[in-house]
Design a protein around this ligand. Structure first.
Ligand code: 5GP
Ligand code: ZN
Length: 343
């Protein structure tokens, strides 16, 4: 690829993908950041794009505002960067080792990223109770759809069955808003909780733990609002895995976690792509590390949540399973430091 071609490709990517709905089109010499045409997260999309176009990672030293001022400057940087461009695995490895001690440091890093993605969408962080009212699970249709799967605390303090361990972090957000009209929409919340009751047999080797930690971004608003936010978050997550050079796929999933399902609904779910999963290999088997769910007005209806215009709220949630990230990151980034393997 020539420098000219790369310049053109960058201009067209910025205009068609990054600025598709807003903003004045840019040219090769238009400042991309100074006038706020692009935000700080879009720069990551841009870096990922340039790297995928050229098939080469940009060295950290090249990622400077002066090099990214315009499409021309980016293309020139790529073509005139010193010979410091190393193979991609190498770079990630050295980056991981120099900046972070191991993959375990990346889980807090991921959580900070998720919080930032939420903030971009105007999210408020909420701290849920560790347990969820069993009545709320019933109202969500969970007890009926997944009989026998709810997990109750074993402590003597509350063995009454009134409280359960949440099967997903977002449910308490809907329960909290029950029978209320939102003053403004969309409402975006960041939430994290210890969860239990996953739908699989326990298989700790492959990240199937039954008890796990979920960090979510929850969006409550119109169909349009929540779908747009879900897609934006999917792009953020894709860029994040591309930046870390991880192998991962995003696929339409068919196993709803917290919406009732029967065969017809599952088929419909696939057709409408209501649930996407980000999957990464753990010991050679793909596991879902995150899901991007659009529930239509299911929870709005179940919990009686309405929008300022009186219509039922639509909801979406983007959920990250932190233990699975830990396992997947360890598998991909710590290969050569795996003590078990050298022992
Ligand atoms: P979902 O709502 O899609 O079922 O769950 C969201 C994310 O939480 C999943 O992509 C996964 O990372 C995590 N998760 C869900 N169920 C389990 C489970 O049984 N075990 C573990 N370790 N993680 C889970
Ligand atoms: Zn959720």
């Amino acid at each position: 690829m020539s420098e000219e071609l790369l310049r053109e490709r960058i201009v067209s990517f910025v205009n068609s993908t990054l600025l598709s709905t807003s903003g004045v089109p840019v040219g090769a010499e238009t400042p991309l950041f100074e006038r706020g045409a692009l935000d700080s997260l879009q720069v990551l999309d841009l870096i990922a794009f340039v790297e995928s176009e050229t098939g080469r990672p940009l060295p950290d030293s090249a990622i400077r505002l002066t090099n990214f001022r315009t499409a021309s400057a980016i293309a020139a940087t790529v073509f005139h960067a010193d010979g410091a461009v190393r193979p991609s695995r190498d770079r990630i490895w050295s980056r991981t080792r120099s900046r972070r001690t191991s993959s375990s440091a990346l889980v807090p890093d991921l959580e900070r990223e998720i919080l930032r993605w939420g903030q971009e969408l105007g999210a408020r962080e909420v701290l849920p109770e560790p347990a969820i009212a069993t009545a709320a699970l019933a109202r969500a249709g969970y007890l009926e759809s997944f009989p026998g799967r709810a997990v109750f605390p074993r402590s003597a303090v509350d063995a009454t069955g009134r409280q359960a361990i949440p099967p997903a972090a977002c449910l308490q957000c809907y329960a909290e808003l029950a029978d209320r009209g939102l003053d403004a929409a969309p409402l975006v919340l960041s939430v994290r909780n210890h969860c239990a009751g996953g739908d699989e047999a326990v298989d700790a080797d492959h990240g199937r733990l039954r008890e796990f930690t979920m960090r979510e971004i929850v969006i409550i608003g119109s169909a349009n609002d929540v779908d747009r936010a879900r897609r934006a978050l999917m792009r953020r997550a894709q860029t994040y895995v591309a930046r870390l050079d991880l192998s991962a796929t995003i696929e339409v999933a068919t196993d709803p976690f917290h919406i009732p399902a029967d065969r017809g609904k599952l088929a419909l779910q696939r057709l409408r792509a209501l649930k996407y999963e980000l999957r990464m290999p753990v010991r050679g088997q793909p596991v879902a590390v995150a899901s991007f769910n659009y529930h239509e007005d299911f929870f709005g209806r179940a919990f009686g949540i309405t929008l300022p215009d009186g219509t039922l709220a639509h909801t979406a949630c983007v959920a990250f399973g932190l233990e699975r990230w830990q396992l997947a990151l360890h598998d991909q980034l710590d290969e050569s430091s795996d003590l078990a393997r050298t022992a």
